[in-house]
Design a protein around this ligand. Structure first.
Ligand code: NAP
Length: 467
């Protein structure tokens, strides 16, 4: 029987962000089952968006890592970093070596606006900007031109709020954080005076959460600017806010925006300007972004009752040198796993991978690649519980496939030692971590992040005994 001391349930988790770690925790804590978990990440460093997504000026959010470290400390847990599933290992090779494979690799790319000029130099997905300032090794050489006076941020979600804030932090403020050194230098030399954040719907429909909105009005270096006229809500928004469909977050957002709209500017060097009911129509410029054409919207309900932004035909042209498109992340498929192109997720029901409606035995999904890019870090705990519950239901029902190699814990190491000898174990990551923290100490920073693969591989070799 799978799940006994003699024959532990062996689970591979692909991706080491919050969803992956909560999955590992739930699997290893499941009563009455002996389980072992191996976690794979294409990067040398674990924790996914906690390291590369969470804004550096939000260090408290990152303390969730302590919970993940407890899971990682269990003898039944192993980490294999610098191993990309789909490139270094195939999904079939994992299926041969594990009873179950759980995909937790998130949503690596961005959604597109589909407007002319979207790909001009100076128009970037906000996700790339976030990766760059968070020292993601794939983005260390990106350049963002901060020599312009106005940056336009498209979207009203928390990523848009994060990038707007980062653009307004002073060098001194950034130097207390783990922002990548290259980004601190670029922000320090920035000429940006105005950060214009555009929402396609109204203030009542903005996807920001309350603390993120509040922070925009508390910047040392930037005034907040909201047009009081825009806070006179249309009838659809007023009705909706009063209805049960609206969330308390939306109501509170409107209160905070209204408060901001009554403020006089204090003459701070920068301004964060929020404008609503505006959609980008075209990004223009001679070889690079010089201006953006924006359309004014009004709100209408569609047949399903959803409040939609509808173009009024009215246009305005706004000069700017950088456009950050923050309209949501999108998942990418991995070879050998059914994918729902429309949703941008692995095809699944409650985390059970499905092919044309039929369950694919032994394959599961969790987190953003299961449900799409929504929710905060903690949302993944419940999400992981659902996937793990289904995995154990399947185990009990005898639906989890058994394979000969799944009984051999050394099988994956043997394969990796041959195929990817520079893979990084959890101990290797701890050495990287210690080196980064040590480098931060003289500067009073939580850490100085490595942003090159070679540096990380080098640091990962400094084991505790050698140190
Ligand atoms: P998001 O919350 O889904 O926001 C996406 C925004 O883009 C929405 O305002 C959406 O407007 C807009 N949008 C979509 N398509 C558009 C288009 N074609 N034109 C113009 N605007 C468009 O996504 P996100 O900001 O990427 O955040 C992803 C998740 O991570 C969210 O759950 C977020 O809360 C979470 N997160 C949390 C934190 C934190 O807790 N501090 C930080 C960062 C991210 P509509 O509403 O009209 O669709």
């Amino acid at each position: 029987m799978i799940g006994t001391e003699d024959k532990p349930l062996r689970v591979a988790i692909v991706g080491s962000g919050p969803a992956g770690f909560y999955t590992a925790e739930h699997v290893l804590k499941h009563e009455g089952t002996h389980a072992e978990v191996d976690m794979f990440d294409r990067l040398c460093t674990p924790y996914g968006l906690v390291r590369f997504g969470v804004a550096p000026d939000h260090p408290k959010i990152k303390s969730v890592i302590r919970v993940y470290e407890k899971t990682a400390a269990r003898p039944e847990f192993r980490f294999f970093g610098n191993v990309e599933v789909g490139r270094d290992l195939t999904v079939d090779e994992l299926r041969e070596r594990y009873h179950a494979v759980v995909f937790a690799y998130g949503t690596a790319t961005d959604r597109h606006l589909g407007i002319p000029g979207e790909d001009l130099a100076g128009s970037h997905p906000a996700t790339e900007f976030v990766n760059w300032y968070n020292a993601h090794p794939d983005f260390a050489d990106r350049e963002f031109d901060l020599s312009c006076e106005r940056v336009v941020v498209i979207g009203n979600g928390n990523v848009a709020a994060d990038v707007a804030r980062m653009l307004a932090l002073t060098r001194e403020e950034l130097e207390e954080t783990d922002t990548a050194d290259h980004a601190i230098d670029a922000f320090g030399a920035s000429s940006v005076k105005e950060i214009l954040v555009l929402g396609r719907r109204g203030p009542a429909q903005a996807a920001f959460t309350n603390p993120e909105v509040r922070e925009l009005g508390e910047m040392a270096n930037a005034d907040i600017d909201i047009d009081a006229e825009e806070m006179e809500l249309d009838e659809i928004s007023r009705e909706w806010l009063e209805s049960e469909d609206a969330d308390p977050t939306n109501r509170r957002n409107v209160e905070i925006f209204t408060d901001f709209s009554g403020r006089e500017p204090e003459g701070k060097p920068q301004t964060i300007k929020l404008r609503f009911l505006r959609s980008p129509i075209e990004i223009q410029g001679d070889g690079k972004v010089e201006r953006i054409v924006v359309g004014r919207n009004e709100l209408q309900r569609d047949e399903s009752g959803r409040i939609r932004a509808v173009d009024t035909g009215e246009r305005e042209t706004i000069e700017c040198g950088l456009v950050l498109r923050s309209i949501g992340y999108k998942g990418v498929p991995v070879d050998g796993v059914p994918f729902d192109e429309r949703a941008g997720t692995i095809a699944n029901e409650g985390g059970r991978v499905k092919d044309d409606g039929h369950q694919v035995a032994g394959l599961y999904a969790v987190g953003w690649i299961k449900r799409g890019p929504s929710g905060v870090i903690g949302t993944n705990k419940k999400d992981a519980q659902e996937t793990v519950d289904h995995l154990f239901e399947d185990l009990e029902a005898g639906k989890v496939p058994d394979t000969e190699l799944a009984g051999d814990r050394g099988a994956i190491e043997a394969l990796l030692n041959e195929r990817k000898p520079d893979h990084v174990t959890f101990e290797g990551w701890q050495a990287i971590d210690a080196a980064e923290v040590e480098a931060g100490k003289p500067h009073g920073r939580p850490r100085v992040k490595f942003c090159r693969l070679e540096e990380m591989l080098e640091a990962s070799k400094v084991t505790k005994t050698a140190a």
